[in-house]
Design a protein around this ligand. Sequence first.
Ligand SMILES: Cc1cc2nc3c(=O)[nH]c(=O)nc-3n(C[C@H](O)[C@H](O)[C@H](O)COP(=O)(O)O)c2cc1C
Length: 178
Amino acid sequence: MTPANPLLVAYYSRSGNTARVGHALAQRLGADELPIEDLRGDGRVSVWRAALDRLLGTLPPIADPTVPLENYDLVVLGTPVWGGRPASPVRRFLHEHAAHLPRTAFFCTMGGKGSDSTFAEMQERLGRQPRATCAFDAGMIADDGYLDRLDSFAGQLADGAQPPLNHTHAWNGIHVSG
Ligand SMILES: Cc1cc2nc3c(=O)[nH]c(=O)nc-3n(C[C@H](O)[C@H](O)[C@H](O)COP(=O)(O)O)c2cc1C
């Protein structure tokens, strides 16, 4: 099955921040959207369960993707930062699907620190460098202060349809590589 859109935004969100950014990004890009669903409980794990996942390195059960990941040109994968790491359902998503992902970019939302180590683990699990990364502070999401950064990130991802860059550079916390 060939998706109508060349871009997919997939994300896990426990308390709504990453979903808000992911949804806004998908709207800007005209992308399909895939919320990653933790199959435990009623879908929203407790803070304590999330912290325990982080400590134990849990790979929880997640729902199968409802779209053909490998048929997109670019998948943008979003996660909350949990203890300087990707959330456990996103770790599971990469564990299950890294081999089927096309070009991939990452974003995260966080209280204030841990994006570099989060992206590093995601890159390790993906097995290759992401096309771009972008981190969003939760405080800026609450009052829409993240929208300028979101627009910059969306612009870089849209440029991904052009021939890839042959260098890495960063500005304003957004990293892009070819
Ligand atoms: C278990 C747990 C661990 C967290 N660890 C960090 C952290 O290391 N650094 C940080 O900046 N924020 C941390 N946070 C805050 C979340 O990353 C932040 O609130 C994020 O935006 C939540 O995304 P969500 O609303 O999509 O679930 C943590 C939150 C939880 C629940």
